[in-house]
Design a binder for this molecule. Structure first.
Ligand code: SF4
Length: 156
């Protein structure tokens, strides 16, 4: 899998939020900086990227990374399993996108990967940045993410 395409340096640090370097996050969560890069390559994480190209993480990212670790180590999910769960986020309803975009989007109903793991979605082609998108923002709001996915599972 290629490195997540949606990490272009267009996101600015959120006002008033602490941001942390990869090394600080790794130290705090007792994991390696390489693991952070791996989560990103596997499409689970879209870090903040500064104009310099350096990656930064917020407290919300740290909460999400903790959740990823829990899925791997306690719930025994692999990366594909986590991607599959994230693929159930109804991005076309959350944005929302027009019917034409939805019908041509590779991240449609049959996808097993979250939309931000594709580089050829209609919104990507319009230059949208997943880090700031309403869909990815749900991932950074872990409690809300659980609610959205549980509703989706109950409806299926
Ligand atoms: S901008 Fe990115 S996160 Fe938002 S719907 Fe499009 S692919 Fe998904």
């Amino acid at each position: 899998m290629s490195i997540n395409p949606n990490t272009e340096p267009s996101a600015t640090p959120p006002k008033g939020e602490e941001i942390y370097t990869p090394r600080e996050v790794a130290h705090r969560l007792n994991l390696s900086v390489e693991s952070l890069r791996l989560y990103e390559r596997e499409g689970l994480l879209v870090p903040l990227k500064l104009d310099s190209g350096h990656r930064r993480y917020t407290d919300s990212d740290i909460e999400w990374i903790t959740c990823i670790q829990k899925q791997i180590h306690e719930n025994k999910l692999n990366f594909a399993g986590i991607r599959y769960i994230l693929s159930m986020l109804p991005c076309h309803e959350m944005k929302p996108c027009c019917l034409e975009d939805y019908q041509t989007c590779p991240a449609g109903d049959r996808s097993c990967r979250p939309c931000w793991d594709f580089d050829d979605t209609p919104c990507r082609n319009k230059g949208e940045n997943c880090r700031t998108c309403v869909v990815y923002q749900q991932v950074l709001n872990v409690e809300n993410l659980k609610k959205i996915l549980s509703v989706k599972f109950k409806c299926d």
